[in-house]
Design a protein around this ligand. Structure first.
Ligand code: 5GP
Ligand code: ZN
Length: 134
């Protein structure tokens, strides 16, 4: 994907604020951060989203996120942390190269990374469960 910005960043063809790197991943600071330290785990190979990324690669992404999360706690003193991973424009994905957001959270950071809960009936939940597992 020669025109993919995250491919270019992940491969080091475009400079970035890299906070972790190994053979398969680069973790960079988001340039429009939700909070101090907001970072993106980028695979060096191009996969559009969770549907495309192989299981072993996404498993490694989770390990990388854990390593970086520990650093966030130790070095930035965050009070909590959100992992966010958007798939598809409807879900808020704007860069179509798989990435995992690591968003350190601080008391009074003013962010809301939440959803509006709905209230399905017990029957509706069972119907959805059956639709997924059936
Ligand atoms: P998405 O909405 O696709 O889940 O997240 C894309 C994220 O990438 C956004 O938080 C945005 O700020 C960040 N971003 C987009 N372009 C660049 C870039 O060129 N460099 C960096 N460091 N972050 C970027
Ligand atoms: Zn890419």
């Amino acid at each position: 994907m020669s025109d993919c910005i995250f491919c270019m960043i992940a491969k080091g063809e475009i400079p970035s604020n890299t906070i972790f790197e190994n053979d398969n991943f680069r973790v960079i600071l988001d340039n429009g951060p939700a909070t101090k330290g907001h970072a993106l785990v980028l695979p060096k190979n191009h996969y559009a989203d969770l549907f495309e990324i192989p299981e072993d690669v996404v498993a490694e992404a989770a390990k990388v996120a854990k390593t970086v999360a520990g650093k966030m706690k130790e070095k930035l003193g965050c009070d909590g942390l959100n992992l966010v991973q958007n798939n598809g424009a409807i879900a808020g994905q704007t860069v179509m190269h798989f990435h995992l957001h690591i968003i350190p959270r601080y008391e009074d950071d003013g962010q809301r990374i939440l959803w509006k809960p709905s209230s399905p009936s017990a029957e509706e939940l069972v119907e959805i469960k059956n639709q997924i597992v059936g």
